[in-house]
Write a protein that binds this ligand. Sequence first.
Ligand code: CAA
Ligand code: NAI
Length: 246
Amino acid sequence: MRLEGKTALITGGGGGIGRETALLFAREGARLVIADYRVDSARSVVDEVAAIGSEAEWIQVDVSDQESVKRMAGEALSRFDGIDILINNAGITQDRMLTKLTTQEWQQVIDVNLSGVFYCTQVLVPQMVERGNGKIVNTASIVGVHGNIGQSNYAASKAGVIGMTKTWAKELGPKGIQVNAVAPGFIETAMVATIPEKVITKLRESVPLRRLGSPLDVAYAYLFLASSESDYVNGTVLAVDGGLVI
Ligand code: CAA
Ligand code: NAI
């Protein structure tokens, strides 16, 4: 029970990696806030968490909308005493080659993947500072480290997440808060289902472990960075990619 007595808020908690994380955290004793744009999946994750015997609440949020994020924080903090763990996991792709990428596709991905992480963290940090502890885990991607064909917008957003992680580790470390990132490789969720078959076949063959990752592979990395086992880990980017270098 590594998260006993802790409350974790997971953005994108109704998605592939978010759901698996919520269930793992519940098994480790955490109370959960499932914050997602999509109501149906967030609700069903809350039901699954309840079946494990843990407390959970779902809140609809659009992380790219600062007012919506403020409402989410207000609701979460009125329901639970405080948020000990923030998992900034919500994210989207809009893949297109550079010359075909529209300004709207550029902006939408930046708004959700980069600004969304900033809005959620900024609004939830003060109550962590007040208590003198907290864990923030940001979801980057190996694409933010190595780049990837057709992902100018996504790569920029995830590289930005890595920059913010390292900055916040410096700003918030002295206040007892650790900030780290996970950089997953290709993980079997709805997001990867958008990749053309010929590209995914090539990718799978390039992974030294010869398989794509599972949502649980990432959830275990989140768990480590959310638990006291990582109390001396700050500002790191943990790759969960089977050794893939794209
Ligand atoms: N490797 C090598 N060449 C590639 C390529 C790749 N991965 N993808 C595209 N190309 C080449 C094509 O072969 C083609 O070459 P020619 O012009 O010489 O024929 C050229 O680039 C244009 O390709 P398309 O005709 O397919 O162009 P398109 O505009 O229809 O589609 C694309 C381009 C949208 C990028 C599409 O190829 C695609 O979706 N690729 C997958 C992108 C991807 O990997 N996304 C990851 C999603 S999962 C995720 O993001 C999670 C994470 O963090 C890892
Ligand atoms: P997913 O598509 O299954 O889940 C994403 C969740 O985020 C969905 O439930 C969606 O409703 C929610 N979401 C999207 N936009 C939102 C918004 N504006 N506000 C609130 N919620 C929103 O995708 P997956 O794979 O679970 O992705 C989770 C995170 O992991 C993302 O940040 C993604 O970029 C990252 N990632 C995923 C990889 C993969 O291969 N699947 C690899 C590397 C990183």
